[in-house]
Design a protein around this ligand. Structure first.
Ligand SMILES: NC(=O)C1=CN([C@@H]2O[C@H](COP(=O)(O)OP(=O)(O)OC[C@H]3O[C@@H](n4cnc5c(N)ncnc54)[C@H](O)[C@@H]3O)[C@@H](O)[C@H]2O)C=CC1
Ligand SMILES: CC(C)CC(=O)C(=O)O
Ligand SMILES: [Mg+2]
Length: 370
């Protein structure tokens, strides 16, 4: 049987706690389903900095490059606030995305029926919500140069971040969004700020041209990103696929997360281009949330974003569609039974911690797989 290699990077804060729940599912699938997962584990973020002074080591980068897929927990925390900028915990995550060329970040925001009450919006606005945010992940202001703080010598400093996009970067992320739209509601909304940013002007042009050349069967809309944020909380169900740049995608997906009840619910897949020879693509699966220092170590973090990220891994890296569907159904069933971590707690529900939530999902997954 083929081996499937997984490189686990739990990271900091709640990362190791939520990754532990995925490890149980991997072990179960190996023992009961002959899944053939071969796992290795490394350090990233503050834990890597503490061990060897870098937010990810070259050795762990090599392992991430060689693996079929990387599973990433979360990085960061106040204890690393004073470390040099280049080796801060978040730099490890950015290096993984950049060096593996994971330019397409898929961030689905699905409101499970049982959680419509947990959203900060009225239930009727979010019931049935199924949005896919396609965020460009290796360009834009996160990586553009220059990126500096200069002392102007007059008691003032100047900070510069640079937003840069080339045509090919916009073309390829637009193509991913159009392709995915064809498998769903066939509608793409592109968000930028062409009214104030040159990169927004180019973004708008290239998305429009890509649409005209290859995807005219898909419905395309354009929206200014600030208005897009407003529409996401006014009438989120108007959207199917949203395609946007690195920074806007980061912000809008946190907004979308709260529509679904909690940041602890949102998974993501970060994908590279398919290899022309093998068709395989580099991939990393990471929850949208961070290391949640405020609840780390308390055993109360919601592991669903991490587990649902593993479901995306089963689907996109290993084409294990039935297993992915079963895992997502297991999450829905557990929520239907009223089992809740603190962040999605509701009247009459049963409050559980991280491990009990993981155990409940595994039990349901096992029943569905039987
Ligand atoms: N992918 C990553 O590793 C990311 C890392 N970060 C880093 O994480 C650290 C904390 O950042 P914050 O702004 O506080 O964002 P955060 O996402 O860690 O937390 C925001 C809020 O959501 C809650 N939350 C997040 N995930 C949860 C879960 N699974 N279950 C229950 N509640 C959850 C937290 O308790 C907190 O109240 C920072 O160092 C930041 O740079 C932030 C975002 C992404
Ligand atoms: C580098 C990350 C910490 C930025 C972020 O918030 C994200 O990618 O979701
Ligand atoms: Mg973010």
């Amino acid at each position: 049987m083929a081996q499937r290699t997984l490189f686990l990077l739990p990271g900091d804060g709640i990362g190791p706690e939520t990754m532990g729940e995925v490890r149980k599912i991997i072990d179960y699938m190996n023992a009961e389903q002959d899944a053939g997962f071969v796992t290795d584990e490394g350090l990233v973020g503050g834990s890597a900095y503490d061990a060897h002074g870098a937010s990810i080591s070259d050795a762990d980068m090599a392992k991430a490059t060689d693996a079929d897929a990387v599973l990433f927990g979360a990085v960061g925390g106040p204890q690393w606030d004073a470390v040099p900028y280049d080796v801060r915990p978040e730099a490890g995550l950015l290096r993984l995305r950049k060096d593996l060329e994971l330019f397409a970040n898929l961030r689905p925001a699905i409101c499970y029926p049982a959680l419509a009450q947990a959203s900060s919006l009225k239930p009727e606005l979010v019931e049935g919500l199924d949005i896919l945010i396609v965020r460009e992940l290796t360009g834009g202001v996160y990586f553009g140069e220059p990126k500096t703080i200069t002392d102007l010598g007059n008691g003032q400093k100047r900070a510069i971040d640079t937003q840069v996009y080339d045509t090919y970067e916009i073309e390829r992320i637009a193509a991913v969004a159009f392709e995915l739209a064809r498998t769903r509601g066939n509608t793409v909304c592109s968000m930028e700020k062409r009214n104030v940013m040159k990169s927004g002007v180019l973004w708008n042009q290239v998305v429009t041209e890509t649409h005209k050349a290859q995807y005219s069967d898909v419905k395309l809309e354009h929206m200014l990103a600030d208005a897009g944020g407003m529409q996401l909380v006014r009438a989120p169900k108007q959207f199917d696929v949203i395609v946007t740049d690195n920074l806007f995608g980061d912000m809008l997906s946190d907004v979308a997360a709260m529509l679904t009840g909690s940041l602890g619910m949102l998974p993501s897949a970060s994908l590279g281009a398919p290899d022309p020879k093998t068709g395989k693509r580099k991939a990393m699966y990471e929850p949208v949330h961070g290391s949640a220092p405020d609840i780390a170590g308390k055993g109360i973090a919601n592991p669903i974003a991490m587990i649902a990220s593993f479901a995306m891994c089963l689907r996109y890296s290993f084409n294990m569609i039935e297993e992915a569907n079963n895992l997502e159904k297991a999450i829905a069933n557990v929520l239907d039974k009223g089992i809740r971590t603190a962040d999605i707690m509701a009247d009459g529900a049963t409050r559980v911690g991280t491990t009990q939530m993981g155990d409940a999902i595994l039990a349901e997954f096992s029943a569905l797989s039987a």
